[in-house]
Design a protein around this ligand. Structure first.
Ligand code: ZN
Length: 458
């Protein structure tokens, strides 16, 4: 069994902060202490650096078909980019297309990941059609480790489910211990606004945002929480972007309801103003929900600090400007929805959250690793630094600076939404189940070394 000793670092978990050494045997952490002296195959000196649990990104779309094209990162390039950014676990989305079984969808996505993923991965299941048979399949999937299901209140005719189906799925998770994740936007309203804008000749990228009002997100968030309340089950709102939607989550949590929500770095660092960039450049930021008014950012940071938001994920779904985003030149509704982010999450949140004093170091770890691990059935195997936990560890240099650029990042996409932005706080060494997979700036892991994670029900 190979051994690894990480010495002299500052170990940070969601609750602790102390100087210590971490000893890894095989794939697991076996001891934590001070001045550990056991012999090891490799010793890493982490003096002056943080030793963090590997990042967990519970919202990615690798190798995903959308609008006549496919997201630019597959499970190989996407997970290698994730590793460079300090993320050692992802939960991606398998999609049930209408007429298909959930197991067919799961098989399809397992094949996309097998032999390619360089870090561990799990799947949420997107349900687009809910028959009696599909409800039974939900139970089976929960026992097989696919314990969460994503439903859409948007994209009528493609992904959207009606309230009755959503309510039935919620009730089912009350029996099988699964968790419903919701894309909360009022798809009917948005469709009408999109058609109206196009009829008026409004075709530029910014109309993507102007046809998806914050209130459409708030209404759907409120409705999703109300449906979950009536079903007596928890709910998790994905990629919350609007302050109005956050108010709905906060109000529910104040009433003691198990309502959870994540936000994403793009909503913390970018804003509607980006859609006003010249020419077709606004297309870089076409995603759903869209970027919001700049003053939303402070509200979201406050939500993160005070636990009205419990996780930061990326919704990584990259499309190149050339040939992919370009499909929507002349019609914003045809621009593939999504942007890259899997590699930049940890540094952005550290730089913009911890260094500014908005988040404590512990809260940073909690939002990027521990809390998503707990919500999605991976804790304590993942999400912390403790004896017995997987040795998914990031040695993080809080003083090193990096300039974010599509030219130097590893995501396979021809632009970066944060191009030129300088961040302080950069991943140094990344360890996945005991193996060093990023060493300085070099990838030393292997495509296919990642394992499927069988997650636990609630
Ligand atoms: Zn998504």
């Amino acid at each position: 069994m190979s051994t690894l000793l990480i010495k002299n670092g500052t170990i940070v978990t969601a609750t602790d902060l102390y100087k210590g050494d971490v000893f890894v045997e095989g794939e697991r952490i076996s001891a934590i202490g001070t001045a550990l002296t056991m012999p090891a195959d490799r010793t890493i000196d982490a003096a002056g650096k943080y030793v963090l649990p590997g990042g967990i990104d519970v919202h990615t779309h690798l190798d995903m078909p959308f609008g006549g094209t496919t997201s630019a990162d597959d499970f190989e390039s996407g997970t290698i980019a994730a590793a460079h950014g300090g993320t050692t676990t992802i939960v991606d989305f398998a999609i049930q297309y209408r007429g298909q079984t959930l197991h067919h969808a799961w098989d399809t996505w397992m094949k996309k990941a097998e032999g390619k993923a360089a870090i561990d991965y799990g799947f949420h299941m997107i349900i687009t059609e809910l028959s009696d048979q599909v409800e039974q399949e939900m139970d089976a999937l929960v026992t097989q480790g696919v314990t969460s299901f994503k439903l859409f209140m948007a994209y009528p005719g493609v992904f959207m489910l009606d309230d009755a189906s959503i309510f039935r799925a919620l009730l089912r998770t009350g029996q099988n211990g699964g968790t419903i994740c919701m894309h909360a936007e009022n798809g009917g309203v948005i469709d009408v606004l999109v058609k109206k804008a196009l009829a008026e000749g409004k075709t530029a990228p910014k109309y993507h945002a102007l046809t998806r009002p914050a209130r459409a997100e708030a209404e759907a968030t409120h409705r999703a929480i109300a449906l979950a309340e009536m079903a007596g089950v928890p709910i998790y709102i994905v990629h919350l972007s609007a302050a109005e939607a956050l108010e709905m989550v906060t109000e529910a949590r104040d009433r003691g309801l198990p309502a959870y929500a994540e936000t994403c770095p793009q909503y913390l660092f970018l804003s509607y103003d980006n859609y006003e960039e010249p020419g077709f450049d606004g297309a870089k930021y076409v995603m759903s929900p869209p970027l919001r008014a700049r003053d939303t950012q402070d509200r979201l940071w406050r939500g993160l600090a005070f636990n009205d938001l419990q996780a930061i994920s990326t919704d990584h779904c990259p499309f190149c400007m050339k040939e992919q985003k370009a499909i929507g030149e002349g019609d914003f509704s045809k621009i593939p929805n999504g942007a890259p982010g899997i590699e930049t999450r940890m540094s952005l949140v550290y730089d913009g959250g911890v260094r500014t004093g908005r988040l404590s170091l512990n809260r940073f770890v909690e939002l990027t690793s521990t809390s998503p691990a707990k919500i999605f059935g991976l804790f304590p195997r993942k999400g912390t630094i403790a004896p017995g936990s997987d040795a998914d560890i990031v040695v993080f240099d809080p003083n090193r600076t990096q300039r974010l650029s599509a030219r130097t990042l590893h995501m396979k996409v021809d632009y970066n939404p944060y191009e030129g932005r300088e961040v302080t706080g950069v991943t140094d060494t990344v360890i996945s189940r005991g193996r060093v997979i990023v060493d300085g700036e070099r990838f030393t892991g292997r495509a296919g070394a990642g394992s499927f994670l069988k997650r636990s029900p609630r």
